[in-house]
Design a protein around this ligand. Structure first.
Ligand SMILES: *Cc1c(COP(=O)(O)O)cnc(C)c1O
Length: 238
């Protein structure tokens, strides 16, 4: 087995970290306020191992089963985030393994997580996924439904809601994602400013195609998959 693909991963990582730093500096943000979540859903285990060796400490998976499997295969120091849709019957499975769930996409799911977390005596950190761009096929709270449910959400006491997450539509031009990210930040500011509200410090937005724009608009967590593993598949796969 060649070590070639591994150095590709480390190089991609350095490039992305540099771009995150530059994007933050363009808008006078502290680059250390932006955390890279390496999305490993399509990555071979060996590439993920190299990423961890290169210093990535937080990995994101979109499928609960794969996340749980991989927690046993990688260093126990890795933190795991769930970024994909969570079915209600998988809540009990996933809670013990995750340090953050980005994809709480309905009040029903949130209440379910609160119930199970209470039973398990856990207090999971959560982000609420908002379908800011109003695409019909996309999961998530609408802006209006989140505002309506807010008084119920702030009362849930077995979960810690720490922010919001969104996905921008798939644009050809990254700049087109900017209004979506700005709208998520604005919604966060509105919700957080209400009386007896939650602070909501985290904004999870930005993927391989648009993370620099997201950082300029205030992202604290960027979820990056394909850009990290660019150039890997041709070398490793048959
Ligand atoms: C796959 C995925 C990502 C990463 O996407 P890339 O374009 O590969 O960087 C980010 N967020 C979510 C929710 C995803 O499912």
């Amino acid at each position: 087995m060649s070590s070639e693909p591994l150095s590709i991963v480390a190089r991609n990582l350095a490039t992305i970290q540099g771009r995150i730093r530059e994007a933050a500096q363009r808008v006078d943000r502290d680059p250390s306020a932006v955390q890279l979540i390496a999305v490993t859903k399509y990555a071979e285990l060996s590439w993920v191992e190299e990423l961890v060796q290169a210093g990535v400490s937080t990995l994101g998976e979109s499928r609960p089963q794969q996340l749980v499997e991989r927690t046993g295969l990688l260093s126990p120091s890795v933190e795991w985030h769930l970024i994909g849709h969570l079915q209600r019957n998988k809540v009990r499975l996933i809670l013990p393994y995750v340090s953050l769930i980005h994809s709480i996409d309905s009040l029903k799911l949130l209440q379910r997580v609160n119930d199970i977390a209470g039973e398990l005596e856990l207090r999971p950190r959560l982000l609420l996924e908002v379908n800011v761009s109003k695409e019909p096929a996309k999961d998530g709270f609408s802006t209006a439904s989140l505002q309506d449910a807010w008084h119920q959400i702030v009362k849930l006491n077995s979960v810690e809601v720490v922010g919001l997450m969104t996905m921008a539509p798939n644009f050809d031009v990254a700049e087109d994602a900017r209004p979506t990210f700005a709208a998520l930040r604005q919604l966060r500011n509105e919700l957080a400013s209400q009386a007896s509200s939650l602070e909501l410090p985290e904004l999870s937005m930005g993927m391989s195609g648009d993370y620099e724009i997201a950082v300029e608009e205030g992202a604290t967590l960027v979820r990056i998959g394909s850009a990290l593993f660019e150039g890997c598949s041709a070398t490793v796969r048959r």
